[in-house]
Design a protein around this ligand. Sequence first.
Ligand code: PLP
Length: 334
Amino acid sequence: MAITREELRERLDGLPRLQLAALPTPMEKLERLSAHVGGPDFWVKREDLTGVAMGGNKIREFEFQIAQAVERGCDVLLHAAAAQSNQSRQTAAVAAKLGLKAVMVGRRDAHATDQGNLLLTRLFGAEVHLPEVEEQSAAVAAQIEELVRAGHKPFNTSSDARVFRAVAYVDGALELVAQCADAGIEPDAIYLCSGAYTHVGLVVALRALGIDWRVVGISPSPRDDVAAAEGHADLAAECAGVLGLELALAAGDFESYAGFVGPDYGVVTDESRAALELLAQQEGLLLDPSYTSKAMAGMLSHVRDGWWQKGQTLIFLHTGGTPALFAYAEDLGY
Ligand SMILES: Cc1ncc(COP(=O)(O)O)c(C=O)c1O
């Protein structure tokens, strides 16, 4: 049986939460894009505008995830990913805001220039390490060991209390459902770029509320879609458990595609560049090179392939990432 929005809100309100994001994020109609492609009505949910540190989906996720770090008495926020990681930037900023130490263990990849996210991560005061790509895992383990030896209690925002990142998008979904009700919108699908958390949180919330909107995830990294759906179902079970929801979601409930990544994570493709330019030039809306431009390319490709027509409504959930643009001028041909 479906639960009500109020009941779901009460379950979320029972969890530790920090107040970081500027919420609710706006919903905007992309009228010129609809006219340009001659297709469905498009809306964008601006999770790129969550406020702190130039925004993005992690700021909402951190309200619940980093609340767990605070509960556990952690004094260091650590993050390890690509040199232009949005999450490293957001981790460093939130650490600064909470008076915690930040450590980034990035990697010396093709975009390890002091621009974009890496510049901002340094500016937020993080201790930055950039080992060679093949040495990154060992460097993370060594950093954690060293911090613990020095008496610190580190919290890795990639992996610790990870389920709370999905829980945060149950909150995001409640916000979206309320905005759709206010605007009289019944979307046929929601498109987004997600590794797992944003996607899983949305689906858990919608199904718990008995709402059957389709959620289409576009992966930023190469992966097997079937294995990804199985992983999403496991995370959904964990998320439902945290919220005390009786919800049986299976791999078949998660639709995601890795077919728009191109050769690798963080590599600009002809389609992602075209999507980035189209949204910039038709709507004055910035996408990012690694995540949202690939999701937009995926959504537009599905429209071209006849999945969606005039009269239908699609919502694009913009997860942020735009500071990385400044490290990608050459890749984008500027
Ligand atoms: C801009 C952007 N979009 C999407 C994602 C994926 O987010 P998640 O896997 O938490 O849903 C990330 C971070 O990994 C990101 O920085």
